[in-house]
Structures are given as structure tokens and as C-alpha cells.
Design a protein around this ligand. Structure first.
Ligand code: AMP
Ligand code: GLY
Length: 417
């Protein structure tokens, strides 16, 4: 099979790594890819959001499969356009990707189908939002409706801070049109957990759970980032917890989307909070998470291509998905300054000699050297019989990699509450 992966991060490197292990994949391409992906796939200089160019490239190159990883091209309908051009594609349609591209849509869906989530109200008028905030208590959560690279969520500690956040989003358009509508919701408390599931429109099969670490600094301090590291499993879930997540959240969501004429095929991401009242949805995403994927996919034992085909063909329930019986950890190494501004172009040493699996993200090849080219630069993976073994192994790899101004968290997996 000739396969094209769309995207350029650590997640896409892990996806390419997994596809590359399948005997069924004979040619692997990635658009646009990165410095690490270039060692296992042919990178093509087309951005993930250049929808028409990707479709042209896939049709002209007679690709057998296109795997669309990031949310932006999914929301722009890349899968729909590929299918309309006769190309087999993995990922949800734009109609189904709305679970991520509109938080307002997701919240209303959860309310309609009784899927547990934080209480909320939606506003498209600032004055009304402020009036509502005067009746509420802090802490309270303000979110913009649309896509904002994970940055459009403010956990306000005071009502004044909440009003300021509403003003920044609605009047000052800090997140552009994504903030024209805001969600104001109850602040939930409890450990967070990510559960990804393979979905075929009718059924969803959960993967092993994982835990992301979103804040930039140790002890969950600093700004929210795309994710600074992840572990699997994400929690020591009881059988009852797992059953509740399946029967109260995963299955009803897939059933609801089908009933709404938006059947979901691809990977659906459930950001959950394990509250005192039980598991509740923090957010849906329409794709694999980053960096959760880098911690999850190396544990997959079943041929990835068989799973992808089953999602597309509607028979995921027939596949016996097997996972390696280990724990895993990935630690993200970022550019100094990330998630704020940072410099690029620094040489990275130690990737090939650190003795661990390294997934690259913001890297590129320059005169035969790997240099930094983004905020999250790479992530180091290891696994072990215990989580501690996995964590220690990943940090051993980190200690052997170096680039100017690098920064990473020292407590990935150590702060599981
Ligand atoms: P989101 O982009 O919706 O996942 O939000 C980013 C992060 O904000 C989540 O991972 C949570 O840590 C936090 N968060 C979002 N919504 C809530 C909520 N209702 N209560 C508490 N924390 C939240
Ligand atoms: N790690 C969070 C996300 O992918 O959205």
C-alpha cells in the first residue's frame, strides 16, 4: 500500500513509526512531515491545511490511503474531499469533526443525550455573559467555541478574571472568530484522563488510557501548552470506572453522533475528569492527541493498517486489538520560551545515541544536521514493567539529548493524583 500521512508533529512521527512496522505499507509519505519523519517516510512540502494541494497530490500519486492526523484539515473537510475524489481516507468527515471545532455544538450534544459534563451556558453577547457571571461563583471556566490550539480555555479564579477573559475573547477577539461564542462552565475537580477510541461510525473501541501534562512547568505551574509529556496507563481504573466510561460516555457519544447524521469514523478523543460524581467529559477532540499518541502507539501489537481499514469499513468490533503489557512514558523537550516566543535553528545532539525511541516534532534537517524548528521539539519514549521504570528510562534518554535553551518538565508521570 502507498500511504500518505498528513501532519508534522510528534504525533505524526508516532503514526508513521507504527505504519512503517506494517508489512502492508510499501511506500510511506508525509505532508509536510519533519526532520525525524524524514528518516522513515518521504516528506512532501505541502502544509496540512493546503487541502486542494493534498487532494491533487494523493490523486496524482494514486495513493491507497491518506491518514489525516490534525484537527484543522479535518475541520476543513479534507477527508470528505479525498473520498469525493475516490481516495480512501482515515479520519472523520467535517460534519463529525465538529465535536472539536465547536465546543458549543459538543456541549449541546452532551446535554441532549445526557452525557455527563460540566454544567454550562453559551453566550454570543458580552453584556449577557457579564450579567450571567454576576450570578455565579469562582472558580469558573471560560472557553471560546472554536479551534484555538488548546489555548482558548481560561480557569478564572475570580469573577473579575472571568469577565476579563470574556472581554478578551468577545470584544478584543484574542482568538479571532473562535471567540465569537463563549462557553461559561462549572469548574470540575478531579484527576484528568485521556481515553482515545477507534470509531467506525457505529461502534467505538477504547485504546489504553493515558494522562497528558498540559502545563509548561513542574507541579502543574506555568501556562497551558499542547502537552509536555504523557504516560500510559493514565490511571488505575477500577472495572466499574471503565464500564461507566464506556456505557455513560463513549457509547452514548457514538450513538448520538450517528443519530444526528454525523457518524464518527476515525479516532475520537475523550478528555475526561474523574469527579466525585463519576467520570465527566472535559472535551472531545476529533483525532489522536499529542503527546498521548507517542505514549500509546508503541504499545500497539495489532497491525495498525488492519485497525485503520476496520474503522473505514465499519467493522472495528471484529478486530481483536492487542496492547503490549507494559507501562509507558514520553517526556517532551521544548524550546526555551515555549509556549510563548522562542528561537529556532539550534542544533540537537544525542537523538541517535540516547538509546531510546525518540519522536520528533519541531525539527528539521539542515546541512545534514537536525535543528530545532518549533516549540515542542521532540519527545523521548520508554516503557517498563512499572510506570516508574518507564519514567526513569524516558528521563535517562532526555539526559543524553541536548540543544540550546531546551526545557522540559521533570515530573512527568510523577504527579498522578
Ligand atoms: P480543554 O481545551 O477544553 O481540554 O481545556 C484545557 C484544560 O482546561 C483541560 O485539560 C482542563 O485541565 C481544564 N479544564 C477545561 N474545562 C474544565 C472544567 N470545566 N473544569 C475544570 N478544568 C477544566
Ligand atoms: N494533548 C492534548 C491534545 O492533543 O489536544
Amino acid at each position: 500500500m502507498k500511504v500518505l500521512v498528513v501532519g508534522s508533529g510528534g504525533r505524526e512521527h508516532a503514526i508513521c513509526y507504527c505504519l512503517n512496522k506494517s508489512d502492508k505499507v510499501t511506500e510511506l509519505y508525509c505532508a509536510p512531515g519533519n526532520g525525524g519523519i524524514a528518516s522513515i517516510a518521504t516528506c512532501v512540502d505541502i502544509k496540512a491545511t493546503e487541502i486542494d494541494k493534498i487532494v491533487d497530490f494523493a490523486v496524482t500519486g494514486k495513493f491507497d490511503l491518506v491518514f489525516v492526523a490534525p484537527e484543522d484539515p479535518l475541520a476543513l473537510g479534507l477527508v470528505d474531499k479525498l473520498e469525493a475524489s475516490g481516495i480512501r481516507a482515515f479520519g472523520p468527515s467535517a460534519k463529525a469533526a465538529i465535536v472539536e471545532s465547536s465546543k458549543a455544538y459538543s456541549k449541546n450534544l452532551m446535554k441532549k443525550y445526557n452525557i455527563p459534563t460540566a454544567r454550562y451556558e453559551l453566550f454570543d453577547d458580552e453584556a449577557k455573559a457579564v450579567e450571567y457571571l454576576d450570578t455565579q461563583e469562582a472558580p469558573i471556566v471560560i472557553k471560546c467555541d472554536g479551534l484555538a490550539l488548546g489555548k482558548g480555555v481560561i480557569i478564572a479564579q475570580t469573577i473579575d478574571e472571568a469577565k476579563q477573559a470574556v472581554h478578551d475573547m468577545m470584544a478584543d477577539k484574542k482568538f479571532g472568530d473562535a471567540g465569537s461564542t463563549v462557553v461559561i462552565e462549572e469548574c470540575m475537580v478531579g484527576p484528568e484522563l485521556t481515553v482515545l477510541a477507534f470509531a467506525d461510525g457505529n461502534t467505538a473501541v477504547p485504546m489504553i488510557s493515558s494522562r497528558d501534562h498540559k502545563r509548561a512547568l513542574d507541579n502543574d505551574e506555568g501556562l497551558n501548552t499542547g502537552g509536555m509529556g504523557a504516560v500510559t496507563p493514565g490511571a488505575d481504573l477500577s472495572h466499574e470506572d471503565k464500564e461507566r466510561i464506556l456505557s455513560e460516555i463513549i457509547r452514548p457519544t457514538i450513538t448520538a453522533l450517528k443519530a444526528e447524521g454525523r457518524p464518527f469514523k476515525g479516532v475520537i478523543y475523550f478528555g475526561l475528569m474523574l469527579t466525585k460524581e463519576g467520570p465527566k467529559v472535559v472535551e472531545y477532540n476529533c483525532r489522536f492527541g499529542d503527546p498521548e499518541t507517542q505514549a500509546i502507539l508503541p504499545r500497539l501489537e495489532t497491525d495498525f493498517v488492519d485497525i485503520i481499514n476496520a474503522c473505514i469499513d465499519g467493522n472495528i468490533a471484529d478486530i481483536d486489538i492487542k496492547w503490549k503489557d507494559v507501562c509507558s512514558c514520553v517526556v517532551v523537550m521544548a524550546s526555551g520560551g515555549y509556549p510563548g516566543s522562542y528561537n529556532k535553528g539550534y542544533e540537537i545532539t544525542g537523538i541517535d545515541t540516547c538509546g531510546k525511541l525518540v519522536f520528533q516534532a519541531g525539527t528539521k534537517l539542515e546541512d545534514g544536521k537536525t535543528v530545532t524548528s518549533g516549540g515542542r521539539v521532540l519527545c523521548v519514549y520508554d516503557e517498563g514493567k512499572t510506570l516508574d521504570e518507564a519514567i526513569d528510562g524516558a528521563y535517562e534518554g532526555v539526559s543524553k539529548i541536548s540543544f540550546k535553551d531546551m526545557h522540559y518538565r521533570h515530573d512527568i508521570g510523577r504527579t498522578l493524583k
